[in-house]
Design a protein around this ligand. Sequence first.
Ligand SMILES: [Zn+2]
Length: 444
Amino acid sequence: MSSQSRSAARAVVYENARLIVGDGSAAIEAGALVVQDGRITAVGRKGDVSVPANAAHVDLSGRTVMPAMIDVHVHIGYEGYTRWGADNYTAQNVLDHLQREAFYGVAATQSVGSSPTDPSIQFQRDQEAGKFPPASRFLFMPGMAPPGGGPDAVLLKGTTALHAVYEVSTPEAARAAVQEMAAKNLKSVKIWVDDRRGTYPKMTPEVYAAIIDEAHRHQMKVHAHATTLPDQKAVVRAGVDVLVHTVQGEKLDDEFLALLREKKPYWTTVIGLGDRTEICDHDPFVDQTLPASVVQAIRATTEPRPLAPNCGPRSPNFAAREETLANNVSKMVSNGARLVLGTDAGIHPGYTFGSADHHEIARWVQFGVSPMEAIVAATSRPADLMGLNDMGSLAPGKRADFIVLNANPLDDIRNSRRIANVYLRGAKLDREALVAKWKKGSKT
Ligand SMILES: [Zn+2]
């Protein structure tokens, strides 16, 4: 009998752990978490929770349980260690990336603006039908940009080959494209509002106003990539739901902060892609899912190249970037921007699926966000944003997607890395088997 059918037959109570619910409420010490048929049926202090008489008991004394995370922003399917491109884009590679997210405790992963629509819908159907082994739940949204605009230079090669971005240059074409997405029951769309320092065509305000209006008519959310202060102001004023990236090299001003207080956009920081890769730090947490040859190749690279990892000297603008981030993160959050976890993973193996999520939440805490707020922004808030009503927290009725930790992340957010086990739909993930596969350099 498989572990899944066994868990369907009998309730399991995970007891004596500290439970971090994920909604920002105080942790429950010496808790009990009851799981049946892949769902949480009860949660609370041990003794306050009624447990079915025939339940199996799992003692988690000394451990902390938190909800599995949700990553609202990756670019799935193209990365293949050191080879990157559309020829890697197969259902098998998408699944591999979702297994990496699951390994690191991410229960749902959303690919943003780079996944081809119809194959992605098919993948979702197949995953929901149970055709794949356990992995992070796949979600995606199409992207929209002017012809020749949109994704960064690396990603653009892949999205162009797969026609993954809807190219629009007029409000009418934009509305028609959004209607087409709505007809396929898609819930979100990404836009790029960026001329990449004058090198790209930039979406006009008339076009993105039409996209936002049409999307909202269909109860769809709009994520906007914008990296300058004027562009971030413009898209927030125009009503985007999710702001992606942080302003670089500019101080936020009072006008923008007032807009944040008024509009309260969700905010996906995606800081980590611009950071030095943790592979340089010899951290086994990051290395364990990569073949040794890939780790060695990154450590041996000292020349900086755009959107590729290296372990050379820190970039000359490191200190200035840190100062900007420290300033922006605290100001944006205190003025109402609602943090949600997103990583931009999928561009290179130095900052990749799953480990990147732990990197990003630790960066927030470094800039003054509390560990509890970071956990909310990685669990229940992205679930709310994405309408995943049965995910994102430890509560009755939710999917039993949770991480068992050997240390308390409320004491130190880096304890999110001390993973003992990951459970998805109530079943323990076989993390050792996944590591064995990846250490061989195998993707299947
Ligand atoms: Zn991105």
